[in-house]
Design a protein around this ligand. Structure first.
Ligand SMILES: Cc1cc2nc3c(=O)[nH]c(=O)nc-3n(C[C@H](O)[C@H](O)[C@H](O)COP(=O)(O)OP(=O)(O)OC[C@H]3O[C@@H](n4cnc5c(N)ncnc54)[C@H](O)[C@@H]3O)c2cc1C
Length: 332
């Protein structure tokens, strides 16, 4: 937020490190700056963009300015993470290993990434309160209990370089600013402040990056009275697909509660086949990664011609079950 703001009298935008934003400065229906807890206390701005993450105060600030707070979609997942660094042996070949559970019976996941400095970062995660411990033995035991042994095999042989650090994620949270009829002028919200995804699916940073492109484009069209409407409509278009993929996936656990995006059961049925095919066929796996990392569109996930005959048969029978004439997305 501080980056978008210009200090009163200063010609350029800049950074105010270690500064906390306390409130918005406003004049009628227009935001004109921010009030900080440091010097300068008041910072005037042509445009203020709230990018303060999931804990954003905008839903609280809007009513203070005479506007409605945005409607929210909250999908409670009670996910817990623990991450730990390990020393990576020279010549270790597989740069990325991901173990996903098969809901609803399995609740545990893991990732193992080769990173700089000759290290692995290993993250263990569990849904619905099945959280990985942070003590060494508990961490290893959790890894051993995963549906596939690949991660355990590596970390049980590797030297730990850190303690395990926990993180809790209670719920997917989407704030529907695009549904508000009125919004202050010269004010926008972006990133996790608009939508915070279950981090297990790795959507948040790409979503924020794509929103920054929308920000650049819509601001270049002018700081007019329709800016917020244009901006939030495009941001919603970016969020819709990953939200239905990520939040929808969480609904494969019957204990997960919240507003279910339309088409969730279809996407999940298709996704279950996809995950199975991806364990056997690298082309399906890469196609899935393209979509889940926003590099392709959901309708392009897989076509039967791209996977083995037995997987293609499963996709066809799924299509018949849901009475579609074909389920053969892909050509990119
Ligand atoms: C455990 C975990 C793992 C994740 N893994 C992935 C992943 O693998 N891939 C992926 O794409 N995403 C992942 N994410 C999500 C990703 O981190 C977020 O989507 C992304 O950081 C959102 O960026 P942001 O700038 O909107 O918000 P944030 O990164 O949360 O930044 C908000 C900033 O605003 C500051 N701030 C807050 N309030 C104020 C205030 N009042 N005044 C001044 N400053 C303030 C905060 O200190 C913070 O620096 C993960 C998240 C978690 C929690």
């Amino acid at each position: 937020m501080a980056r978008a703001a210009q200090s009163a009298g200063a010609a350029e935008s800049g950074f105010l490190p270690g500064t906390s934003i306390k409130s918005l400065l406003h004049d009628g229906g227009e935001v004109v700056g921010i009030e900080t807890d440091a010097t300068p206390g008041k910072v005037l701005a042509n445009l203020v963009v709230d990018c303060t993450g999931r804990g954003s105060a905008t839903p609280r600030w809007l009513p203070e300015l005479g506007f409605d707070a945005p409607p929210e979609s909250k999908i409670e997942v009670n996910v817990g993470y623990s991450s730990r660094y390990y020393k990576r042996a020279d010549g270790a070949q597989t740069p990325i290993t991901i173990v996903y559970p098969k809901p609803p019976a399995e609740r545990r996941a893991a990732t193992l990434f080769a990173i700089e400095g000759g290290r692995w970062i290993c993250t263990l995660a569990g849904w619905l309160g099945d959280h990985p411990p942070t003590d060494s033995q508990g961490f290893l035991d959790f890894a051993r209990s995963l549906p596939a042994a690949d991660v355990y095999r590596v970390i049980s042989q590797a030297e730990p370089l850190s303690e395990a650090v926990p993180h809790r994620f209670p719920a997917n949270l989407r704030r529907h600013y695009e549904k508000l009829a009125r919004f202050p002028q010269r004010y926008l919200v972006m990133g996790d402040a608009v939508c915070s995804f279950n981090p297990v699916y790795g959507q948040g940073m790409t979503s924020a990056a794509l929103q920054s492109e929308v920000l650049a484009k819509t601001v270049a069209q002018g700081l007019d009275v329709r800016l917020a409407q244009r901006y939030f409509r495009e941001v919603a278009g970016i969020i819709d697909a990953p939200w239905s993929l990520a939040a929808g996936e969480d609904f494969r656990y019957p204990e997960v509660h919240g507003p279910k995006p339309s088409g969730t059961d279809f996407v999940n049925g298709y996704g279950a086949l996809l995950h199975r095919a991806a364990t056997r066929d690298a082309r399906v796996y890469h196609s899935f990664l393209n979509v889940s990392n926003f590099a392709g569109f959901a309708r392009h996930v897989v076509q039967s011609a791209e996977c083995g005959e037995s997987d293609a048969g499963e996709f066809r029978s799924f299509a018949e079950r849901v009475r579609l004439s074909s389920v053969r997305p892909l050509p990119s």
